[in-house]
Design a protein around this ligand. Structure first.
Ligand code: GLC
Length: 546
């Protein structure tokens, strides 16, 4: 059956997050580049994803790996030129891939010409583009996000004798969104990239644009008004370009980012992400079910973007302190793995390479309504290296072959922007695209099959979910139903086999058919359907009337 009409292009899209510096080095200087990424688009397309999201591509001193922007209209010379970017866009679109870029709205680098001018003092151009104070007293209750390195959100600028406000590193001064010139400049920058042809933005650090005394300075009404203005810019393009917000907030706070369907199209599901890992280790689906039940119903055309890992630490900021400690105990055993209020490890090392657990977590983010965002390298089981500092340990070069530098670059190993992973457990010799593509049972081939299944099933496009009451706490079962059909998804969070007694509702006479393998189970005949699930296994069953 065809999917229902009028489903927007981004509905239930699968996005692949790419770190351009780390993906493929076409010019052999040790750093990945846009030309390299363009050369490897076939690989990404072959995975079955529909879009790529590029981490910041702008000129930057790279003290926060590009999230410290010094020119919003250029391309970092390490990764190429604007022409390279245009070619990437063209080739990606030809291959049927949409392209999202990271837009860092909240702050600039202290090397940005705006800040360089601003720090010369009041009266100088751009001074009012930043947030200044004669004392570090205002907004005392606002949390410090980078708590490992920063002790305050204010830093004294010696050149100007005033304190400037920064939610992240002290070299990343926040822009002053109260200044209409700043708002206009940032909307112009968005328009500039949209005119070039990008399909949307990941909005970095969305909650922090405005400050108001007596508040926590997060998600203020003024911030939402600006995001709506940005949405207005996107909507002047056809088909509409999309906004994906990075806002690490509670489900209730996150609801505001969707507005009345007139703000962002998607927001990362920060509430769900840590609870997937929590549920897995507790072998109990309730953390997942509880948080999904707390989530607001989203306006039409809006959805969550679910993810397992990304380029940052696995953040535990927004979960109960007891759960946080449990997560640290379970997942951050390696010295140095803890970072700020999170864990800086990649997916495979977090799960000790537990293949069934990795499959189960992917199945969850693909089957719960919304987008799934995959992080480059996780599909080949890449390891990490906490010794690299900050979050660089999860941003090492993509591993393509068993050859020198894992086939990432022809440069001398000493010239790579970061070393390839060579620890015995995750050595690139065993975790690289070439070797794993040849192995039918590899996780990358498994993922491809699952993504094909996901894409081919209209039941996964735009269909709402209904969580089913199942007594066994290790089981998480739900259905997705729309005019195109019903898909029953059953997940076993336990490391042991489990029974799942599923309430059959009005399915009597229907035949459950495994979406992936095609096998048919006996037709539903009772009030409850008994399924037996192997350790950490999942079923996607289409309910057929034949
Ligand atoms: C976001 C990015 C992170 C960066 C921070 C400051 O959280 O994901 O990598 O350090 O913003 O821009």
């Amino acid at each position: 059956m065809a999917p229902p009409a009028a489903i927007p292009w981004y509905q239930d899209l699968v996005i692949y997050e790419v770190y351009v510096r780390g993906f493929y080095d076409a010019d052999g200087n040790g750093t990945g580049d846009l030309r390299g990424l363009t050369e490897r688009l076939d690989y990404i397309r072959g995975l079955g994803v529909g879009a790529i999201w590029l981490l910041p591509i702008f000129p930057s001193p790279r003290k926060d790996d590009g999230y410290d922007v010094s020119d919003f209209r250029g391309i970092h010379p390490d990764i190429g030129t604007l022409d390279d970017f245009r070619i990437l866009l063209e080739k990606a679109h030809e291959a049927g891939l949409r392209v999202l870029v990271d837009l860092v709205l909240n702050h600039t680098s202290d090397q940005h010409p705006w800040f360089q001018s601003a720090r010369r003092g009041p009266g100088h151009p751009h001074h009012d583009w930043y947030v200044w104070s004669p004392t570090p007293a205002p907004h005392p209750d606002v949390r410090v996000i980078f708590s490992d390195t920063e002790s305050s959100n204010w830093t004294l600028d010696p050149a100007c004798g005033l304190y400037f406000w920064h939610r992240f590193y002290a070299h990343q001064p926040d822009l002053n969104y109260d200044n209409p010139e700043v708002r206009a400049a940032m909307l112009d920058i968005a328009r500039y990239w949209l005119d070039l042809g990008v399909d949307g933005f990941r909005i970095d650090a969305a909650p922090y644009l405005f400050e108001r005394e007596g508040t926590l300075c997060e998600g203020l009404p003024e911030t939402h008004a600006f995001l709506r203005a940005l949405r207005g810019v996107c909507d002047t393009f056809s088909p509409p370009r999309i906004l994906l917000a990075e806002a690490n907030q509670s489900p209730e706070e996150l609801a505001a980012y969707f507005g009345q369907g007139d703000e962002v199209h998607m927001a990362f599901d920060f509430p769900l992400m840590p609870r997937l890992f929590l549920a897995l280790r507790r072998e109990d689906a309730r953390p997942i079910i509880d948080i999904l039940r707390r989530q607001p119903v989203l306006p039409a055309g809006c959805q969550w973007a679910m993810f397992l890992r990304n380029h940052d630490e696995l953040t535990l900021e927004k979960i109960d302190p007891d759960d946080r400690q449990f997560m640290w105990d379970e997942y951050a055993g390696l010295p140095g793995a803890r970072f700020n209020l999170g864990i800086r490890r990649r997916l495979w090392p977090l799960l000790s390479g537990g293949r069934r657990q990795i499959e189960l977590l992917h199945a969850l983010i693909l089957s719960i309504p919304g987008c799934a965002v995959l992080y480059y390298g996780d599909e080949i089981g890449m390891g990490d290296d906490v010794r690299l500092g900050d979050r660089m340990g999860v941003r090492t070069p993509m591993q393509w072959t068993t050859g020198p530098n894992a086939g990432f670059s022809t440069a001398d190993a000493a010239d790579l922007y970061a070393p390839v992973i060579t620890d015995p457990e995750y050595h690139f010799a065993g975790h690289n695209v070439q070797s794993l593509e040849r192995k039918p049972s590899s996780v990358v081939n498994w993922l491809r099959r699952v993504l094909i299944t996901h894409r081919a099933n209209p039941g996964f496009r735009g269909a709402p979910m209904r969580i089913l009451d199942v007594e066994n706490p290790a089981i998480f079962a739900f259905v997705r139903e729309n005019a195109a059909g019903t898909v029953l998804c059953v997940n076993n969070l336990s490391q042991f086999m489990q029974p799942a007694l599923i309430p059959s509702g009005n399915w009597k006479g229907l035949t459950p058919v495994d979406l992936i393998g095609g096998a048919a189970l006996p037709p539903v005949s009772e009030e409850h359907t008994l399924l037996t699930l192997g350790p950490h296994s999942f079923y996607w069953l289409r309910l057929d009337s034949r």
